[in-house]
Design a protein around this ligand. Sequence first.
Ligand code: GLU
Length: 505
Amino acid sequence: MSDVRVRFAPSPTGPLHIGGLRTALYNYLFARKNRGAFVLRIEDTDRNRFVPGSEDHISEALEWCGIQPDESPMKGGDFKPYRQSERMHLYADYAERLVVAGYAYYAFDTQEALTARRRAVESKAVPFTYGVKNRMELQNSLSLGATEVARRKETDPYVIRFKMPERNTVVTRDLIRGKSEIDCALLDDKILYKSDGMPTYHLAHVVDDHLMQISHVIRGAEWLPSLSLHQLLYEAFGWKAPEFAHLPLIVKPVGQGKLSKRDGDRYGFPVYPLEWQDPQTGKRTAGYRESGYFPESLVNILALLGWNPGTTQERFSLAELETAFSLERVNKSSATFDPGKAVWFNHQYLQEKSDAVLARDLAAILKTKNLEKPLGFVERVVSLTRMRADFVRDMFEGGIYFFAAPDSYEKKAAQRIFKPEALPILQSLEREFARMSEFSREALAQQIENWIRSRGLGLGRVKSLLRLSLVGALQGPGLFEIAALIGRAECLTRLQRAISFVVRH
Ligand code: GLU
């Protein structure tokens, strides 16, 4: 193992979104490529935003995609525990250390006082920051005397704030975006430790990344604005900061902004890897898995949403990505999600699977519909319908007539084909079918086609008639293939139904 250690650090505040899964994937790939370790850390310090079930949703999604952490709350590891709620004893001490060293201070301002001040400032169209310019006018251990501070600490709630340095600028570096410089006077003295005894994300993750010896922080671009604070925190602690890489946003297929659940509802694609049931409303939202995507398609789709191989290759297995991936080829600009391309990927992966594997999945669908068939039969259906399928369910929906007799006939085709003059032909066909000694595709093709010709009937016309009777529409693979597969008895039943339909209409 190398010194490379990366982490995926989700907050269990709801379902895992594909953006989060992509962050996990890139961390995992970076770790594998560099023979390092991939850590899963659950950042659950904000109890107000905690949503039950989300940690399981995250772990299960990673497992489904084959993104296995080397260290995690479930698996353990040398740097355990991996849930911040189990590390609470650590953070207060680190916050105090910063106060003692002069990098942080106690602040006693009440919510009301801050809101009033914010309103006053913002009415002049100036943004409010608690920082370098005004902190001496506020209620904190920088502005108040030592005795007053000691007294207030006994009686009043207080927070610990980071003291933005009075120097001019802070320089940050990002492996994807390069160097940037920010004026410290524009930055907030962010809260590190809350009055309820909880650390904020800023403090907790810096402490944990340090203690867990994280070498590279790879996360979403939404954290870029906080990077200066994090950089300064490392400096204040006297710790070497990890390298940072902020991944591009995944944006809507149409329009601007971050891809949201609403876009998924609107354009009909999932935004969660797995189904999510809202614990409050009980409402279920299907994920990629439930929508019929293969995990390898989702991994491939996500790999290319922000990274490019520098070649025209589009298909990558997880194993191939583990060697091909590099942060140098992660794009700066946002990645547009393309639902059509996602379906295309699934089609490609479906075409690669064996009939037997697809038959197993199709059989599972049939079971839920009470239409079970022997596996050999299902496998034949797969071999006949797979070419046009993007999802396994397409073979069920498009090949429904293999499993059940049509309960109606396509209207236009029926009007054109099921005319009174079709009746004697259908009746003769029924007799021919009943008489055949062998009921194979070859035998059907030969005997029925000969029979049609010997009667001087149009081949196309009779075959359409037969197809409409058996399938219910003018579609599907080879007619005699279908007939042989569903079998003589079923063909006869369907012909009889077609006859009574013609009689009735
Ligand atoms: N808990 C943060 C989140 O859920 C992690 C951000 C980070 O990776 O530093 O976004």
